[in-house]
Design a protein around this ligand. Structure first.
Ligand code: C2O
Length: 478
């Protein structure tokens, strides 16, 4: 280990933020110990694979207890960390993924510092394979317990939101905006949910409930392991499956000035730097429904691919409004329909077609209690919460995650009079339309979209109705 002294792991990790120019040279030449550091970077593991007495779990407990004990004047204090989220969190736009990645990156370093366990890597909660809140988060006196949760240890997350079919469908999206949420100009603009954020991400917040159901959610230690799963799925999409992030400089060069490092000192992170963390600073034990390895195995090429990204566009060549101002009730789903001009949808329906049919569910009034989610069906006007997810007409789901207190929404744009945002969701209808077309059930020339509100669990939900501003299907060219 002697030869590592000149450039310790800690120095290296600290240096990553400044790597913007140095990275490529680092692989190409010289620094042998850097290469070793990178190869030996910590592995973030599935918490279900860690024994109860694993040092990682103990270190996480120690770190959370230490953060709770810090004075409020210290930026690493537990509540202070959650306030970063409450005040500056990025949702429903294209910085959702990089912002939360950077937030976790510094949190993990704080945990390493305060637990004294230098090999600490934040574990993740894989809700696809373990749909209940994992055992390490339970037990009286446990620093990882949060007593405000509405889910119990026995509650099981809904497979329509976190199951492997749903996650595979999301990972199969090649469009950056559909995967990673929509383009925006300011950090806290609600531009539109992509499928990763709008479906499993939002759902798990509401499923856990309590603190997790709103913007002080990082008060629940499960928050960090939930977002770590989201981060891992981004790695799976971006690195393993080789889907590029956008190369828009407005995305890449954006600076987040919201975090503190392991000493409590403020740090600024550029969005593009976060795309390199998983090749320089940490790695993941596989989390996707299909175990894959990096599509580009050459390190230099991989780094180049990540830095460069590619043009991402979600251009609607045609738009069809199905309906305006709809109300979906628990027992009474809402539908909208249009006559399909077969010509307009030809490029979508042909299996080799280049175009996609994207549903926009826009200007949804986020309900006061986000205790229902929504399922989308095509040409099934009698769909209900009982309709099987194996029904060929089922096209996808989305959930809400928000903000009970008005103060938590300061700085966000596009707020409704309720103090909560109007949400917009993007759902790719292409696979379902193709399936229905092959089965002959689109031949009537009618396209009908039904939105079914579904309660989170057996408990009767507070939310009885959802108001939706606009339902639109667009033919999108990526
Ligand atoms: Cu910023 Cu899952 O929350």
């Amino acid at each position: 280990m002697e030869d590592l002294n000149s450039f310790s792991r800690r120095d290296f990790l600290r240096g990553v933020g400044a790597l913007s120019a140095a990275g490529l040279t680092l692989w190409a030449g010289g620094c042998e110990s850097c290469k070793r550091q990178i190869q030996q970077r910590p592995t973030r593991r599935n918490i279900a694979n860690l024994p109860a007495n694993d040092p990682v779990i103990q270190a996480y407990k120690d770190a959370v207890a230490a953060m709770k004990a810090l004075p409020a004047s210290d930026g690493r204090n537990w509540t202070k960390q959650a306030e970063i989220h409450q005040n500056k969190c990025v949702h429903s736009n294209w910085w959702f993924l990089p912002w939360h990645r950077a937030y976790l990156f510094y949190f993990e370093r704080i945990c390493r510092q305060l637990s004294g366990y230098n090999d600490f890597a934040l574990p993740y909660w894989n809700w696809t394979s373990s749909p209940s809140i994992p055992a390490p988060f339970w037990g009286a006196g446990n620093p990882l317990l949060n007593t405000t949760r509405t889910a119990t240890q026995a509650s099981v997350a809904n497979s329509s939101m976190v199951g492997s079919a749903t996650i595979t469908n999301i990972l199969n999206q090649t469009n950056f905006f559909l995967f990673a949420s929509d383009q925006a100009t300011t950090q806290q603009e609600f531009a539109g949910y992509g499928m990763l954020e709008g479906t499993p991400h939002n759902y798990i917040h509401g499923f856990v409930g309590g603190d997790m159901g709103a913007f002080m959610s990082p008060l629940d230690p499960v928050f960090w392991c939930h977002h770590n799963m989201i981060d891992c799925l981004w790695v799976d999409w971006n690195i393993n499956r080789g889907n590029p992030n956008t190369n828009d400089p407005n995305w890449a060069n954006f600076q987040f000035a919201d975090f503190v490092d392991e000493t409590g000192a403020p740090v600024t992170v550029q969005a593009i730097i976060t795309v390199l963390y998983p090749i320089f600073s940490y790695q993941f034990e596989a989390c996707g429904p299909t175990t894959l390895t990096a599509k580009i195995s050459d390190r230099v090429q991989l780094e180049k691919f990540l830095r460069e990204g590619a043009p991402a566009k979600l251009e609607f060549v045609k738009r069809f409004e199905l309906r305006q101002s709809l109300t979906a009730e628990l027992q009474k789903p809402a539908s909208g329909s249009i006559k399909i001009e077969p010509e307009a949808f030809r490029s979508v329906l042909e299996s080799a077609g280049k175009d996609k049919a994207v549903l926009t569910v826009d200007e949804v009034d986020v309900p006061e209690k986000q205790d229902v989610f929504v399922r989308v069906f095509i040409n099934k006007p009698d769909a209900s919460s009982q309709t099987s997810l194996d029904d060929p007409h089922y096209a996808g789901s989305f959930a809400f995650f928000c903000c009970p207190s008005e103060s938590s929404m300061k700085g966000h744009e596009g707020m409704a009079a309720t103090g909560r945002p109007k949400a917009g969701y993007l759902v790719d209808l292409t696979p379902t339309l193709q399936k229905l077309n092959q089965g002959g059930s689109l031949s009537g020339g009618q396209l009908d979209v039904t939105l079914v509100p579904v309660p989170f669990d057996e408990r009767p939900p507070t939310t009885q109705r959802l108001t939706i501003g606009r339902l639109e299907v667009g033919v999108a060219r990526f």
